[in-house]
Design a binder for this molecule. Structure first.
Ligand code: IPE
Ligand code: IPE
Ligand code: MG
Length: 240
């Protein structure tokens, strides 16, 4: 017998959650709080990705976009950038089997041309290996910045003689074919988007949590999602 509270919640649930986006922030601060160096936080953060991805898939989410490395993250010390690239590479190798097992398709957004040819190869291998998967699509944002993405799209359209439309622009973004973001979560306590999915999140519901990424949990995700479900999304219209 469900409690009254959960029955009320079910009655209010009204929003589908097709595209969930997460700015996974706070790895470095989490490590420092443990008395460890930043790389330790990045390693723990990478482990969290599997747990949250599998849970989002069970919730019926179709697209999960995860901000892994921004166009601005190249400004970090060389050693930290190198470690992040190494972690991405081992993530790709270690996760592919698990993604396949869970029917999860792997995809990326961002400018891959700036990555090492080895990492580019690993990325394309992961995409090929999971291309038949029909469940959730995990979209990793690597060397991604919304300004860079929009500029690349506009430059691809320079040869077109007619006016650029919403549809033609969207078809040339890295997220072509992926629906807009419904819910965007940022961990780590800051209230900013840091150049993530600025076009696609135009009508996203935004949730900011102080929890640092390595400590984010499926329980907290559930709480945020149930609040999201009860939000009235008006898209510029009026209340029903
Ligand atoms: C997020 O954690 C991971 C990346 C940006 C790659 P941070 O490394 O930004 O951690 P904080 O924000 O400094 O704690
Ligand atoms: C955003 O986090 C990018 C990623 C999570 C990959 P940052 O730590 O780079 O963002 P800022 O610098 O605090 O805005
Ligand atoms: Mg940060």
């Amino acid at each position: 017998m469900p409690s009254i509270n959960s029955r009320v919640q079910e009655a209010y649930a009204m929003n589908d959650l097709v595209h969930l986006a997460i700015i996974m922030d706070g790895n470095g601060r989490w490590a420092k709080r443990q008395g460890k160096e930043r790389p330790f936080g990045h390693k723990e953060g990478a482990k969290k990705v599997r747990e949250i991805t599998e849970y989002a898939s069970k919730m019926g989410v179709k697209y999960l976009s995860l901000y892994a490395f921004s166009t601005e993250n190249w400004n970090r010390p060389k050693t930290e950038v190198a470690l992040l690239m190494k972690l991405l590479s081992s993530f790709l190798k270690s996760e592919v089997d698990n993604l396949k097992k869970n029917n999860i398709r792997f995809d990326v957004i961002g400018d891959m041309s700036k990555l090492s040819s080895r990492l580019q190869k690993e990325i394309s291998n992961a995409k090929v290996a999971t291309k038949e998967c029909t469940g959730l699509t995990q979209v990793l944002a690597i060397n991604y910045g919304a300004h860079d993405e929009i500029l690349r799209a506009v430059n691809k359209l320079l040869h077109v003689k007619s006016a650029i439309t919403k549809e033609t622009l969207e078809a040339n973004l890295d997220t072509a074919g992926i629906p807009p973001v419904d819910l965007l979560i940022r961990t780590g306590g800051d209230y900013r988007l840091s150049n993530f999915l600025l076009w696609q999140a135009a009508y996203a519901e935004l949730f900011f949590t102080k929890t640092l990424w390595p400590e984010f949990s499926v329980g907290e995700l559930e709480t945020i999602v149930s609040e999201y479900e009860q939000t009235e999304r008006r898209f510029g219209g009026v209340s029903e």
